[in-house]
Design a protein around this ligand. Structure first.
Ligand SMILES: Nc1nc2c(c(=O)[nH]1)N[C@H]1C(S)=C(S)[C@@H](COP(=O)(O)O)O[C@H]1N2
Ligand SMILES: [Mo]
Length: 398
């Protein structure tokens, strides 16, 4: 049976007004010649979707968030990718940029951008999520909308060279276990990464959604570490040192560790666990009228493919499987949808993701029981939204 018609019948709602004679006449008006061609495209002038203006006063250390609730599909337009940088966005001339691989290798190597681009390449769709995403959700007063609560995550098609290829060229020596990746920005962002991950699926990327990387994403070269916390995806990367120990750099000791209830800290917590959020309807939105409404959202897991997404329409008492879009890429945004009829009844909704390892996205209370409330990072709890009788949507926690 035709899914769409079944959906519309189930919603039992009149979707649009009947066409009148005036509509038919208006449609018959002669078209005018449009605007001329241009060299680089722009969106329609009616489209206003944007990231919230950064509130931070220091331009060298800040973040913007992706307005996920206003986007379609799984790819984040490069212009709306979230940004997180610790010492501003450097302007780097690709003709002068080099990548050095050194340390415990037989042949230390230096690559220019031209040399890197000639090597065998791959294109893959992956999310990048800052481990500070949803940090506000630990507290009683959580973020009011999807952009502020979940917007430190974006998903792009990345193109570049597998790091394993370059490591093989350099010849990794016996006993090497760690990689120290360093950025060329003023803070020299450095992160230690187990070499096994580098040999498995890390990419050195120069392409983002068909174009070169945006400066904010690390132009001309960044490390793309599939499924791992945003911070290890070192931007403007210019140096990778092979070592037999971690560096214990600033951003893996003072930051990006999880302080537990007993005062001890978890360190090197790399994987981003399965997570999802309903983007429509969500906090700050308003459903204009009763009737058919497609619930939509995004799910992702740093441990592989999204297997299933379940949605509750009764505050978590019962969960039903949502439709999950194919193709489901590993460690990438996955779109889910569920037909629903809004009849003016107050409804508490949420989604929970289940990934290919069988891991189920936890409820906030369950997460707090294991992790306490001191942590700022790695919050992947289920998010509840309340749809009020008048169609306005709010945080349940607020
Ligand atoms: N060189 C460098 N790399 C960096 C950062 C930085 O400040 N400098 N920020 C990190 C952090 S904390 C995150 S979450 C991601 C953000 O990537 P994006 O700005 O492309 O979204 O980049 C990481 N890589
Ligand atoms: Mo981050």
């Amino acid at each position: 049976m035709d899914n769409r018609r079944t959906f519309l019948a189930a919603a039992g709602a009149v979707l649009a007004a009947c066409a009148t004679k005036k509509d038919v006449e208006a449609d018959a008006e002669p078209s005018r010649i449009g605007k001329p061609l241009k060299a680089y495209g722009e969106r329609a002038p009616f489209e206003k979707i944007a990231r919230l203006t950064p509130t931070t006063k220091q331009m060298e250390n800040g973040a913007t968030r992706t307005p996920l609730a206003d986007l379609h599909g799984i790819i984040t337009p490069s212009s709306l990718h979230f940004e997180r940088h610790h010492s501003g966005v450097p302007e780097i001339d690709p003709a002068k940029h080099q990548l050095m691989i050194h340390g415990m290798v037989d042949r230390p190597l230096v690559f220019t951008m031209d040399e890197l681009k000639r090597l065998p390449s791959v294109s893959r769709i992956h999310f990048v999520e800052c481990s500070g995403n949803s940090g506000s959700e630990w507290g009683a007063k959580s973020a009011p909308d999807v952009q502020r609560g979940f917007g430190l995550a974006s998903c792009s098609e990345w193109t570049g060279v597998p790091l394993a290829l370059l490591l093989a060229e350099a010849g990794v020596q016996k006993g090497a276990t760690w990689l120290h990746a360093e950025g060329a920005d003023a803070c020299k962002m450095t992160r230690s990464i187990p070499i096994d991950k580098g040999l498995k699926d890390i990419l050195l990327v120069y392409g983002q959604n068909g174009e070169s990387l945006r400066p904010e994403q690390g132009y001309p070269l960044r490390l793309l570490v599939p499924g791992w916390e945003g911070n290890v995806n070192v931007k403007w990367v210019h140096r990778i040192k092979v070592s037999d120990q971690p560096q214990y750099a600033r951003d893996e000791t003072a930051h990006y560790t999880d302080l537990m209830a007993d005062g001890k800290a978890r360190i090197f917590t790399f994987d981003m666990d399965a997570k999802s959020v309903i983007t429509n309807p969500s906090g700050g939105q308003k459903i204009g009228s009763q009737g058919l409404f497609e619930i939509r959202g995004l799910a992702w897991s740093g441990r592989g493919r999204i297997e299933k997404v379940e949605v509750t329409l009764d505050g978590g008492k019962t969960w039903k499987p949502a439709q999950v879009d194919e193709v489901r890429h590993r460690m990438a945004f996955t779109r889910f949808r569920m037909p629903w009829k809004f009849d003016g009844t107050e409804t508490v909704i949420a989604s929970r993701a289940i990934d290919e390892t069988g891991y189920v996205q936890p409820l906030r209370d369950d997460l707090i029981e294991v992790r306490g409330k001191n942590s700022q990072y790695h919050n992947n709890a289920v998010k509840f939204w309340k749809v009020n009788a008048d169609g306005s949507v709010k945080n349940v926690e607020a």
